[in-house]
Design a protein around this ligand. Structure first.
Ligand SMILES: [Zn+2]
Ligand SMILES: [Zn+2]
Length: 231
């Protein structure tokens, strides 16, 4: 679904109302996260819907290596030949050489995500492994985006800023489902650190659009919502 010029949002009910974002900067396509399913079909359907082909996809960028976000990475890399990028800390998980760090088993709110917390606590939810081509760090450019390091949910969580479109993509640092919140405490490895990352994102004071990993994107005055969850 088009949410702004060159910005398309795709979602799945499973994986906690997970969302990914397809960006068209007039050169090629850049994909932020790959949704839950292994086949990448929701993303491939969106690419077809906007009149492009998988070969137009040049970059696949991963905010972090939880199953809901890396489900389709192997299939989409194969279909497109796109380069896959992530923070160095997440590389071995994406490549299947290490498991995602488990979280605690004691259920935490919101209740709608307790099943996901238990899955991560027990190490369930395998994705199809995929090698990462490029590691990203703060200040790097990838496609039209600037890289921002926002650790806390996981140590390698990345956010991305598209200055020309005043758009911020933050993965699981902030959620809008089931309600607007600074992430999900039960699935976040270091909550105080995640909150500091949210506070850092208030630097983007003119952000209009906020693409989150779970829930619908915010499409107007995003900076005010980021300030709201930073307190
Ligand atoms: Zn996550
Ligand atoms: Zn997630």
């Amino acid at each position: 679904m088009k949410i702004a010029p060159g910005i398309y949002s795709m979602g799945q009910d499973k994986g906690g109302n997970v969302h990914a974002y397809l960006l068209d900067d007039g050169q090629g396509l850049t994909l932020i996260d790959t949704l839950y399913d292994d086949d990448g079909n929701v993303v491939l359907a969106e690419i077809a819907k906007i009149g492009r082909t998988p070969a137009d996809l040049k970059q696949i960028i991963l905010t972090h290596a939880h199953k809901s976000h890396v489900g389709g990475v192997a299939a989409l890399k194969k279909a497109s030949g796109a380069a896959v990028s992530s923070h160095a800390w997440e590389v071995d998980i994406i490549a299947g050489r290490r498991k995602a760090t488990p979280v605690g088993k004691i259920p935490r709110k919101p209740l709608a995500v307790v099943h996901l917390q238990l899955g991560l606590a027990l190490g369930l939810g395998k994705h199809v492994a995929c090698e990462v081509d490029r590691t990203l760090k703060a200040g790097d450019r990838v496609g039209p985006l600037e890289v921002v390091e926002t650790p806390g949910h996981t140590p390698g969580c990345l956010s991305f800023w598209w200055p020309e479109r005043r758009s911020l993509f933050v993965g699981d640092v902030i959620a809008t489902w089931p309600e607007l919140a600074p992430g999900w405490p039960g699935l976040t490895l270091d909550n105080p650190q995640n909150l500091r990352s949210v506070q850092q994102l208030t630097d983007f004071g003119n952000a209009e659009i906020l693409g989150v990993g779970h829930g619908e994107p915010i499409i107007a005055d995003a900076a005010a919502r980021v300030r709201e969850v930073s307190r």
